[in-house]
Design a protein around this ligand. Sequence first.
Ligand code: FES
Ligand SMILES: [Fe+2]
Length: 345
Amino acid sequence: MDAFSTAEQDSVVPITLISAPAHKRSATGIGQIALPYPNGWFAAGFSHQLLAEQVQRVSFMGQELVLYRTASGIARAIDPYCPHLGAHLGYGGKVVGEELVCPFHGLAFNPDGLCVRTAGGQKPPVAALTQRYTTEVDGVIFVWRHQDDLPPYWQLPVLDRAGFSQGRYENFVLQGLCQDMTENSADPLHFAYLHGLQEVVTRHQEDRHQMTYTMQAKVFGQAVNMKMRCFGLGYAVGEAEFARLGLIARTQALGTQITPLSWDFRMIDTIRVERVSRLPHRLQRLVYAALLLYIHRWFVKTVKEDFDVWRNRRFVEQPKLIAGEGNMAVYRRWTTQFYPQGDLE
Ligand code: FES
Ligand SMILES: [Fe+2]
């Protein structure tokens, strides 16, 4: 007998289609979405964590990279596999002087990545490591990433560190998108609502890969001028100037996508206080250490207020913006230059 007899079909009550509002649904829900890995400079690690003659593995945009530092201090980032027979240089690779030596058959590679020596004294093959474009500035090892394999077409700035304290460092692994870090600077309303700043006024200035936000606000009853410079989507330098105190608190914020929906968030905090920068060096260090601890705690507390949102938010491609969010619209348009053409347009 057929699954549905005529009699049964006759007894089916016809469904009346009713028009439902577009924002209601009955199908299975939707979750977070990944974006393509963005292009630009992204942190692969802190400089001080890669000592001379060390080899490290790091997660970077869906793959592993091997970082190493030669005896003279040159930092290199490479794709992990040896061109000889494919050993992973992050497992047992050793730095000997200026060379990286493979753990499998002992081929040695110079800082230009070229094979220069074999363990048995044979002529080295014409072979090279696959090096990644790397630059090391202001305490950070950056690696360039481009989906079409283009070399870097913009450079990172070197910060003026005169009179600034030593840095304090943090590293968090977060679920979500590294883009949230730079988007934070473009989002004036959340500074008031989520972080409790008062009288927030922001402006933006766009210059190719660089976006600068300036913001006036009040915090702890003190007027503060903030300047946040984003260099692509992986690096933002924020400076909060408390003019009455003669204090500048600086954060270098670094976001690197690791997997489609997880990222490394690193930060380095430093301060400069006009009066302290004139003290003798030893005294200056002591005063800075105490002050920086306090400021650093404030920065970490502030940024942690974002974490639950960042970890769980869903990228809304066409956000419904409200008055006072012009920066956000500009920011979203600016970000499209860092993604495969057309992906976010
Ligand atoms: S695989 Fe590296 S030396 Fe053979
Ligand atoms: Fe925030």
